[in-house]
Structures are given as structure tokens and as C-alpha cells.
Design a protein around this ligand. Sequence first.
Ligand SMILES: *[C@@H]1O[C@H](CO)[C@@H](O)[C@H](O)[C@H]1NC(C)=O
Length: 272
Amino acid sequence: MDLQFFLCWRVAPLFLLMPSGLRCMSVHIVNKEPVHVILGSNLILRARMERGPLEDISMVTWEREPETGIDPVRRTLAACPGGNPTCAGARPNIRVNVEQQETTLLINEYSTADSGVYAVTVTDHRGARTTAYCIVREYEAVHHVSVSINVSHSTLVCGEAWGTDPHFSWLHEKTTINQAVGKVSKDGATLFVTMTPICGHFTCMVSNKLGDSSATYTAAPCETGGRGTTAAVVCLVLLVLLCGGVLAFLLWRRRRHTNRGERLHEHLDDGI
Ligand SMILES: *[C@@H]1O[C@H](CO)[C@@H](O)[C@H](O)[C@H]1NC(C)=O
């Protein structure tokens, strides 16, 4: 590819008069593969075309074939002669644009049948063809979320079946995970639990553009709250007992003083 590019752009001008020129046309699809499309939305594929100095585009063809199958049938979606900026597709919801260095395929209201391997073929004026491919799939909702525990490694693993581009997040007792509870892996699917013993509800939420779904792993109930309350009650009882004791002691002492005072008075009365 690089060599071809080099020959095309650096060397070809030196051989302008050569009868059979080098094959210099190239095409590549700009979209990041695989392209995922939500049902009912628009699919737009863009392809860049590089041409040699002596080349003319005579035809741009967009085709599609199923991604799997024993004998996939390739269907032509649009065949556009070079020089026409727009051209109609094989169906009313297909449109193609052809510019100097770019061609665009637009499919309105994408349906399941539109998934497959798309191919764009550029034919030059001598009939030389070059093709680029791009996989297009339906954007799928999140399916079948589950949480499993790996006891030996203290990890919780969140699984999801076939949703497109799933994003994972975790909750412990309905609040976000903090360092006391655990640490989430880079891809979000694994939670390394640091709390011991593992207790409470761990929820994994999986979301994408079409919505979200969650699953919860339930460990033994957490006792921290219960223990706290018990401790508070014990403290209160001890405090009440202490106060009662002090009060009782003070009353007893006062009573003793009064009694002694009375007895002293009695002695004095007798003496007189
Ligand atoms: C637990 O995790 C470790 C490390 O990822 C893995 O090697 C092991 O097979 C897992 N055990 C189970 C029961 O999944």
C-alpha cells in the first residue's frame, strides 16, 4: 500500500508518457468499523478516494452482502457514473453522493435487512477497479445482565449477552462504590471487593444508547448498622445506671447527715 502510494505520487509524474500507467486509485471507508446503526435511523457511510494524477473516476458502485452464510449474495445498492454528484439507489431510501475525493452512501430508515458487509468499488477510466469494505450491524439493546461471584478472588463479575457498546457501573446498597467497599476494573465489568466480610446488595447496571438493565448479587446482610444501635443502647443503659447510682449515693449521704444532726440535738436537750 505504502509502496503503491509512493510509486503513484512520487514516481508516476516522472513516467507521464508511459503507455500503461501504474494503478494509482485507492479507496477507503472513513467510518470506524464495525458501524452500528439503530433501527429506523439513518446509515451514512463515507469513503475517501485517492486518485493518481492521470486518473479519472468512471464509476462508483456501492454493494452489500450478508456477513455470514454459505453463499452470500452481493446486491448492488447504487451504481453511479463519475461526474454526477448525486445518484439514485436501487431502492427509494438509498442515495449516493460522488464528489472529487469522497463518496457518501445514505440509507434512510435502517432495517435489520440492511446489516451486512458493505463494499464500495471505484472504477477508473481504464476499467481498473479498487474496493473497500465495511461491516455494518444493527445497534442492539442491552440483554441478560447477570452478576456472579468469584469467591476465591473476592471479585464480582458482571455479564451482558450481546448489547452494543455496553457501559458498566456498580452500586453497593444503592450508593456508588467507594474505596471501603471495593474497586472497579478498567472496563467496568469486574468489581474487586475489599470489604470483609462481603455483605449487602451489589448491583451492576449496564447501559447503552437504547437504555439500561441491571442485576443484583445479594450477600449476607450487613450488621454494621445493627451493631451500632446495640452499642448505643448499652451505653445509654450504663449512663442511666451510673446517674441513678450517683443520685442514690447523694440521697443516702444527705439522709445520714440529717439523722446525725437530729441525734446531736437530742443529746443537747438531755444535757439541759
Ligand atoms: C476466579 O478468578 C480467577 C482470576 O481471574 C480465575 O482464574 C478463576 O478461574 C476464577 N474462578 C471461578 C470459579 O470463576
